[in-house]
Design a protein around this ligand. Structure first.
Ligand code: UTP
Length: 300
């Protein structure tokens, strides 16, 4: 098992985004805005703050705009300079990677998350790496991926970031099984995808950040299709767990599933309200709606 530092991250962006159609027919889900910037911008900022030096985006058809987002737009930059709009220009430029820091590989067909991660194998090579599901925006004082990388530095092996949900909701998610539970970092014994109601081994669900060892690629290469006819990352992780250690890290923060219409709305409201510049105006704009709701409620 590799003891190298985690430097590279795989960001799979080749999915179809069917839950947030119709816009995603032409706009990549990852570029939908949350408050004042695309979902992907939050995720890349989180990973950079965790020390990630190289991003591998796994893209597909209709996702070319993602590559353009991380490139210069010379005409726009010239216009902003001419108009003296330096604040927004600086913001745009601050998001650009150093040359050679981003790679784009193509998943020609969306065969599943496991297949998407496998598409990055040649660029990752023989070192541990992070996977970030870009539709999961994780709001945390210490970036969620940094919490995972720090945990990996202390216990080694593979780390899966998890979060608790009410027990009656576990059947909707991937759920981890723990050896024993004490504190936030616990050794795993297994994981189940969407367990039948009342059978979940815990109430901790897999939430979209992983640190994986490169041996996962060999397992993904030989893997049969699993749930939904897709090549599942969960299945490969369960197989790797028979030879390597996996720990579940209950991270400190709040997750917004921006791949879902209501999750995207929650993210917009919550992050607008705590936005340093827009928060007060967002509160003023939203308060009348809640006041209206209260007046519309029937008297008890
Ligand atoms: P999701 O299942 O949430 O994304 O996959 P999706 O397929 O885009 O969304 P829906 O369910 O149709 O609305 C989690 C992540 O894995 C990527 C997606 O882009 C998303 O970021 N993914 C999924 C791939 O890159 N390739 C795949 O074959 C499947």
């Amino acid at each position: 098992m590799s003891l190298k530092r985690v430097r590279k991250a795989v960001v799979p962006v080749a999915g179809l985004g069917t839950r947030v159609l119709p816009g995603t027919k032409v706009v990549p889900k990852e570029l939908l805005n949350v408050v004042d910037r695309p979902i992907l911008s939050y995720v890349v900022a989180e990973a950079k703050a965790a020390g990630i030096e190289h991003f591998v985006f796994v893209t597909g058809r209709n996702k070319g705009a993602i590559e353009d987002y991380f490139d210069h737009q010379l005409e726009l930059e010239a216009q902003l300079t001419a108009k003296g709009k330096t604040a927004i220009l600086d913001e745009l430029l601050s998001e650009l990677p150093q040359a050679g820091q981003m790679s784009f590989v193509r998943q020609m067909q969306p065969h599943g998350l496991g297949h998407a991660v496998w598409c990055a194998r040649d660029i990752i090579g023989d070192e541990p790496f992070a996977v970030l599901l870009p539709d999961m925006v994780m709001d945390a004082d210490v970036p969620a991926l940094k919490q995972a990388i720090d945990a990996q530095a202390s216990v080694g092996g593979n780390i899966i970031v998890v979060e608790p949900v009410p027990h009656d909701q576990t059947h909707q998610y991937g759920v981890v099984a723990l050896e024993t539970q004490s504190g936030r970092l616990n050794k795993m014994t297994g994981m189940v995808e969407k367990p039948a109601k009342g059978t979940a081994p815990s109430n901790l669900i897999v939430s979209g950040r992983y640190i994986l060892q490169p041996e996962i690629f060999e397992l993904l290469a030989s893997q049969e299709r699993g749930a939904g006819g897709e090549i599942q990352l969960t299945d490969a992780m369960a197989r790797l767990m028979t030879t390597q250690s996996f720990h579940a890290l209950e991270y400190d923060g709040v997750t917004y599933d921006c791949g879902d219409k209501i999750g995207l709305l929650r993210a917009n409201v919550a992050l607008a309200l705590k936005h340093p510049q827009l928060g007060a105006a967002a509160r003023d704009a939203l308060t009348p709606f809640f006041a209206q709701e209260r007046t519309a409620e029937p008297a008890e």
